[in-house]
Design a protein. Sequence first.
Length: 696
Amino acid sequence: MTTTDHSRHQAHGGHADHDPVHGGHGGHDKHAGHDPEVFRRLFWWNLVLAVPVLVFSDQIQEWFGYSIGGASATWVAPVIGTVVYVWGGKPFLAGGVAEVRNRQPGMMLLIALAITVAYGSSLAASLGWGDLDFWWELAALIVVMLLGHWQEMKAIGQAQGALAALAELLPDTAERVTGDTIEEVTIAALVVDDVVLVRPGGRVPADGVIVEGRAAFDESMITGESRPVTRGDGDHVVAGTVSADSSVRVRIDAVGDDTALAGIQRLVADAQSSQSKAQALADRAAGVLFYVATGAAVITLVAWLLAGNGAEGVIRTVTVLVIACPHALGLAIPLVISISTATSARAGILVKDRLALERMRTVDAVLFDKTGTLTKGNHAVVDHAAADGWDRDPVLALAAAVEADSEHPIARAIVTAADNTGAVPVASELTALTGRGVQGTVDGHQIAVGGPALLEHLDTAQPDELSPTIEQWRRAGSSVLYVVRDGTVIGALTLADEIRPESRLAIDALHKRGKQVVLITGDAQQVADSVATELGIDEVFAEVLPHDKDTKVAELQNRGLTVAMVGDGVNDAPALARADVGIAIGAGTDVAIESAGVVLASSDPRSVTGIIDLSKATYTKMIQNLVWATAYNLMAIPIAAGVFAFAGLTLPPAAAAVAMSTSTMIVAANAQLLRRLDLRPEPLPDPEPATAAAVN
């Protein structure tokens, strides 16, 4: 069966101009009012109406050996059967008319033809024009098709429930802070720059920045990451995430359609509505099957008429039209699309382009941007050393003392590293040495921190005992800072862009899947080589300017490789667009990157392997469903036509409806197996000492 926009029908209860699951196939929604609840009611009411039709049927009476006399009894089946045809058959009749108007005949027209032929011949018989009475078969046929359609709409609705689930992440109200008062307001009443209070266990009502407080946030519903993430003053938080342990105050910077959650909803909806190659194949197959079925029906009728059995000919014709309805074929791809995009969204993998997901299974090489993708994009102290007579940690503490008041990223990194090793003393008389570093007074001693220019400024040199260590740092492309006390170098430290702990696991997983891994960066060659060695990367493009990254993608493609590019979606936009599959790491906020086909809501590069696994599983389910649905219809048509009647093998119309619905349910059940696919990366082990990639 075909599918429809479940959520839009629930909201409006009528026709949709665009079918998000079929990608607009047919131009208009093929099914009027295709809400599962509508079909549930239609099924049960028509089942009740079908009972007297069966009870008063002459054939049923003959089978079970009873008789209901009276002139009025002969009109029970025609009258109630007409109601069933008009009321229960209305969705199929309306769908058939729409297909004729759109000049795209398909499954709904086949159903409409089948029930109309059965109704016309039965009505003629009741009026005395022939003896082809199919009232009970007609009633049973419509009831069975309503049941199958109801179950299909339930399955589609469950798959598309990802959108509803995302909407439910938002609270109904928020606590807005105005001066010293706190008032409860609706989410719709919030505007940019409002400050809201988020209590422990409460959800963030809109995107914003924490202005007071610190808390661990459960962001799993947005990023797919299971561990809570600590957020404090100045950190950005996303609507729908949960404060796990403390109260915070958040200044709103995005509301409504501008929030990350709304962006995710749009991506899921767009992915479920986008057309794929497999869907296009299914649509063409459904169209071809219509002509095959109608041709077979005409041949069947003519053959039985020539054989002198017109009544059997009509029965066989109706049966052919019913069994050939490509309901399973229509459901084969859309349901897989809906379930795969819903499953991926729950894991923080947001598919914008169905074709990108289909291509991901064929990717040969994955090209990673370094900064912000394989690394955190933040400075971190990788190592520190002390001159003779000094210990390493006190040297680091002195460096942190003079950097404590600075907001520079390097200063923040030094202070953070020192906080993890012990107490940091207080410095006074702080002075910035432009282009050289910073200095201050600690316990009466002048402490200075800076690079080689600082040593020149102070006319001092590094101790010989530090030279081997510093030379090793420099060979790796690391930046070196010196710690000077009263004009004498007492130690040194090196900072770098910290490699994500997940990166090595991601590279290993890609290698296990037979993928080549390539690194691209604007950093110096020795920096890139250091990262590649640390992570086990196969090839490196270094010192590449942002606007030249797309040429490197083209270079890989010219070698015959299918390339996936992973970047942050800003400077990497041309490369993302050039790649066969563009994957943007969005960290839960950058979910509207136009140049990427897939957006990772989290910053975990291991999600790339999840896309590959999803691509393979989705493609497999599509092909399985297409093969089953097509073969089923083609094999069933000869049986329905009565080709094997000589051997006593025939198929009544109602039985054909049951068989057709059974095929549909098999396809639906097969697609549901995608829900078992777990795309979420395993939790990381306890943190180990950081490794890092050098920064120029």
